[in-house]
Design a protein around this ligand. Sequence first.
Ligand code: IMP
Ligand code: MG
Length: 480
Amino acid sequence: MPASPDDPPALPPPERRIFVNRTLNLRSIRAVGFDMDYTLVHYRVEIWERHAYERARATLERRGWPVGDLAFDAEFVILGLIIDLELGNLVKASRFGYVTRAFHGTSLIDFEHQRELYSRTLVDLSEPRWVFLNTLFSLSEALLFAQCVDLLDRGLLQPGTSYSELYKVVRGAVDRTHAEGALKAEIAANPERFVVPDPELAPTLRDLRHAGKKLMLVTNSEWSYTRAMMSHVLDAALPSGTSWRQLFDLCVVSARKPDFFLGQSPAFEIVSDDGLLRPKTEPMRWEKAYVGGNARELERDLDLSAEEILYVGDHLYSDVHVSKDLLRWRTALIVRGLEREVAAVESFREKQMELSVAMAEKERLEHAQCALRIALLRAEATGAAPEENFHAKQSGLRARLAELDQRIAPLASEAGELANSRWGLMMRSGIDKSYLARQLERYADAYTSRVSNLLAYTPFVYLRAPRVSLPHDENPVGSE
Ligand code: IMP
Ligand code: MG
């Protein structure tokens, strides 16, 4: 049956939707900038990060560190956790910075000890003590750090080394892995092993072009790697005789984000496919490719204003935080793990209802208990007779609360292990938003699991932020 005009095609399933923090009308966007790694090109985290981890581990081994037995575990860390350099811990925090779960090295810290360590401490990323895990590239680094904390605690590394010094060495090893050519050469030679194919990516980008948007690539990767990856993910899906270069109106490689958004670095023009450079002597122009440069120059030379540019990336700091904070570009964050997260939340929906009903009942009974208790104290104070059957009522309430707690405990612990048994959901800390969710709502106007989710929405979509709920929207305690 043909669809009627007011019967549009179905939206994607929940895990492939676009979620909106601040209303974004795509019609008013003239240019869409994309990050490449983990944005346009999604890697198989298990394989890419294992390779990066193994190379960094080998670097530490060459330093004489006893890291030969360490093994990669793609599930140990999730996006948005925070390294505590002072104590050698990995923590998850709520939106206010309260630590809600913590590991020392690779061991869970029990709740009482965690409270002792952090009851007076709030995570604040402006302090050098904390390192936020901004992107999937951070996972191998955080795991290697946690494993080295174990080694240091067991006396197997230089005694007297601080956790902060330890982190510097691990960071250096991971940094080197990314910077030296060997890993990238291995990937570029065999991209299908490392990259998750997405047949909807090319049609999505082509739709944006059909709708008259300029497409820009702004990546920290270098030219030869960028060419190999972009060609791998797009060329086969484009009309014959065309390549990804015709799809993008502008390319900036080795962009050095976040400096690209913060600084005044000069750009070089790429004048041949093999990457020959010459200093840029005239304004940036569409159809060209550059190395470096900066965002203010891009805006000025291409005559774009901030609210006409949408930048889409996966790095919370380097892609969306700085572009939003400094330039007020419109921003979208790609969080591939959302697909797993939303599916886990969906599958827990009925139990979540059960848990919410039980919690509401618990609040009601607690309120009755409080009222009974104060009635007794008031009666005692005035010498009046206590309420009839006071003790029976009190013990009845106590028994019902104990029975409720028995039902709540397993549900609450299951809720705390959704999507990842160690850390639970990325976006929640207990019933509150997580620190990651807070960062995301501050800096990303929209977020979604992959670029191609836009295909179903079309380049004309008016993405409206939902009305948010506030604590006083709910019924107050004790109400019917
Ligand atoms: P983008 O996400 O497209 O901007 O590209 C990210 C680039 O940064 C990739 O080439 C990564 O290999 C590289 N990268 C990620 N983490 C590090 C690091 O810790 N040190 C140096 N390069 C990194
Ligand atoms: Mg990226």
